[in-house]
Ligand binder design. Structure first.
Ligand code: ADP
Ligand code: SF4
Length: 691
């Protein structure tokens, strides 16, 4: 297939200083929890992006000196010559596929507590460090500190050149780097030439950019990554005022402007809070004030939206982090006219969560992300089938759909049976909840792929029992029958069913998604899940006119969503809707239209009127598995070689986990797996002592 000519503009080369990008796809720097700790994984993941057609592939943040040590986060580092070799590995992987490799040099300044390096943090002013509220202060830099900083940054740029990078990103974004701290009048109240007027506050960034251009600008592209708006009104940088003035003052300095909004929670908003291209309003002015190329992000997954952003003169290059994670082959697929094969990011930020937890990142849509080296999984290729087995997959939620899709791709004959009228399981149901519509992409991508496969048959309204399965004649059975929310309050804080939590007085998320509703009036959402579902229930019911109290044993509503960068957005939305939030409280009993609560700190008892909506935990729908287990002899007679539970039916978890388990099942069918072995490659490091 060839691409549609309306997308040609996306494949026009563009000159960025001394280098030329082969097309308009720029994988902007993004964290991934691999970096310096799992360099092989990081290298293979970045190489995959280049293979998928991204013209520029950048590192995550790369710390360039121990005075800003990012521990406990896992990013790349370029502190010394010994750090060059693994980054050279990344450059090679990117170059092999014709991409340009970019390094993002970062110093987190007053944000980081330097837990590993034990250096005293530095910043424009004396300030307590911000991350984790560590009991540590950053000391105000004097002019010598600024000279030291500039020298170190310059050395790092030279090391990057030695590693083979083609571009340097000089970072002033996310309210998280020294140049942005100097720029902000919130952080910088200096009275010397680096404080006061905008020109003075910008001096630090200008000098770093000039140093970098001077050191490597003859052969490397220099990218200014700059946040033009902090989305906090007059309390922060605004694009109409100092954001614009700053760009105007340095307009022709860098080779490429990579502009966005700040902080990270705003830059990487989930689809629950922002639509594709939402940053355009903030950055549209940039191209009007510079002749240099401009890039921005905005979770672009639609080629038409990308073309439109370029044609309307907003940008020259499409920046992407999450869309490149969900589909490393996005550019190739557009180039080859295979739009229906694009795996669109759903904007859930599971990728960010894993990175924020200092673990190798994973992706809901792309189960191979992070497994490129460790398991040798390629996002577009699978090994052909190893037998002529026929596989019956029961349940077409994310686990069943992905298993059927990947098995079908391997060439197996697959039958997928689903009891409901439609596919998608929990993603279909949850995508009908407020602001979660993008989650349906998990279903739609897989349905689209399966539709093109002759070897995969789908049957709806086909609820299978044990007898049906035994009589069906398949060789392997995958049970992807999902899970169901508990209605009795049991979860982390409550270990025995709550007195009185019966079907009339307690409505689980499944009840609500099935269309059942408590009597009009008040409800108490009991969120002991701490992820999104509690707040989504509160959002839905408040929107329908219920008086909602959200009770949670957590320190705040949806405490786990700190990791997905959503917590602040969620809390604001619920407060705007008039939801009462009671953190550090638990439900103790359920009566007729009254819910008894307890304050977990003081022990104080209190009550709220209304019906309970517990969001606590799910139980696997594994009755089918249990029945088959009791029919051993018949299973043998039916020549069934294996029966496996996958996804929520095996262990209820995230949608990402269900997709992953479905994919893994398909990859491992007919493979010899050591049940006692580590199921992925690991590295043994040479020990300096005693090894
Ligand atoms: P997962 O996240 O593991 O994919 P879901 O709950 O999203 O789980 O999906 C499970 C799917 O399995 C649902 O669509 C449900 O209707 C279907 N299902 C459950 N039991 C059966 C059964 N006995 N026969 C066919 N389909 C079933
Ligand atoms: Fe997109 Fe979610 Fe994948 Fe991140 S984890 S890339 S947000 S689909």
């Amino acid at each position: 297939m060839t691409r549609d000519s309306r997308f040609d503009i996306l494949f026009e080369p563009i000159k960025i200083g001394p280098v030329t990008a082969k097309n308009r796809f720029y994988q902007v720097p993004h964290c991934n929890g691999m970096g310096r700790l799992y360099p092989d994984s990081m290298i293979a993941m970045r190489g995959m992006k280049a293979e998928g057609g991204w013209a520029i592939v950048a590192t995550e943040q790369c710390d360039f000196h121990p005075s800003a040590d990012v521990t406990p986060f896992t990013e790349t580092k370029l502190w010394a010559d010994q750090d060059i070799s693994y980054l050279a590995g990344m450059c090679n992987a990117v170059h092999q596929h014709g991409g340009l490799a970019a390094v993002e040099l970062v110093h987190n300044g007053q944000d980081t507590g330097n837990l590993y390096s034990r250096e005293v943090p530095i910043g424009p002013a004396h300030r307590p460090v911000t991350w984790h509220n560590h009991p540590v202060q950053a000391r105000a830099m004097d002019l010598k500190d600024i000279q030291d900083y500039r020298r170190r940054h310059r050395k790092a740029a030279l090391r990057a050149k030695q590693a083979g990078f083609d571009m340097v990103v000089v970072y002033a974004g996310h309210d998280g780097a020294m140049p942005s701290h100097f720029l902000s009048s919130r952080h910088n109240q200096r009275t010397d030439e680096y404080g006061g007027s905008l020109e003075n506050r910008l001096r630090f960034y200008r000098e770093i950019l000039e140093d970098t251009l001077d050191a490597v600008g003859d052969c490397m592209g220099v990218i200014a990554r700059f946040a033009v708006d902090e989305m906090m009104g007059a309390d922060g940088l605004e694009w109409q005022h100092e954001g614009r003035d700053a760009i105007e003052m340095m307009a022709e300095l860098p080779d490429l402007w990579d502009v966005n909004v700040s902080n990270w929670d705003n830059d990487s908003m989930t689809s629950r809070f922002a639509v594709e291209g939402y940053q355009e309003d903030y950055v549209a002015f940039v191209k009007q004030v510079t002749s240099k190329p401009v890039a921005t992000v905005g979770r672009y997954t639609s080629p038409d939206a990308m073309v439109s952003a370029i044609r309307r003169g907003i940008v020259d290059m499409i920046g992407a982090a999450r869309p490149s994670i969900a589909d490393p082959f996005l550019p190739k697929k557009i180039e080859e006219g295979r739009l229906e094969d694009i795996r669109e990011c759903i904007g859930c930020n599971i990728c960010a969560a894993w990175s924020n937890l200092s673990a190798p990142s994973r992706c809901t849509q792309n189960p191979t992300f992070g497994e490129e080296w460790r398991k040798g999984w390629h996002p577009e290729q699978v090994t052909p089938k190893a037998s002529d087995s026929h596989v019956l997959v029961v349940g077409a939620g994310p686990a069943g759909l992905e298993a059927a899709h990947a098995l079908g791709k391997r060439g197996y004959k697959v039958t997928l049976a689903e009891s409901r009228k439609e596919a998608g399981g929990r993603v279909t149901r949850e995508s009908a909840l407020p602001s979660l519509n993008a989650w349906a992409r998990v279903r739609d991508y897989r349905l689209g792929q399966i539709a093109a496969m002759d070897n995969v048959q789908m049957y709806f309204e086909s609820e299978l029992g044990a007898d049906d399965i035994l009589e069906f004649g398949a060789d392997h059975i995958a049970l992807a029958t999902g899970s169901i929310w508990r209605r009795d309050g049991v979860g982390r804080a409550v270990r025995e069913p709550l007195t009185g939590a019966n079907a009339e007085r307690s409505f689980s998320p499944d009840d609500i998604m099935d269309g059942r509703r408590p009597p009009k009036g008040s409800v108490v959402v009991f969120d002991d899940d701490h992820y999104y579902m509690g707040s989504v229930m509160a959002d839905l019911l408040a929107g329908e006119g219920y008086q909602v109290t959200l009770v949670t044993p957590g320190l705040c509503v949806g405490s786990w969503t700190e990791y997905t960068l959503e917590q602040g957005h969620i809390e604001k939305r619920l407060l705007d809707l008039g939801v009462e939030i009671l953190p550090r409280h638990c439900v103790s009993a359920v009566g007729d239209s009254v819910i008894k609560l307890v304050n977990l700190v003081t022990g104080e008892q209190l009550e709220r009127s209304g019906t309970l909506v517990p969001v606590t935990m799910r139980l696997p729908n594994d009755q089918l598995y249990e029945s088959l287990d009791t029919l051993n002899a018949r299973v043998e007679d039916a020549n069934i070689k294996s029966i496996r539970r996958i996804g929520d039916c095996y262990g209820p978890a995230t949608i990402a986990a269900a997709v992953y388990e479905g994919h893994r099942y398909a990859r491992e069918l007919d493979a010899k797996i050591d049940p006692d072995g580590v199921p992925f490659k690991t590295v043994t490091y040479d020990l300096a002592l005693g090894g």
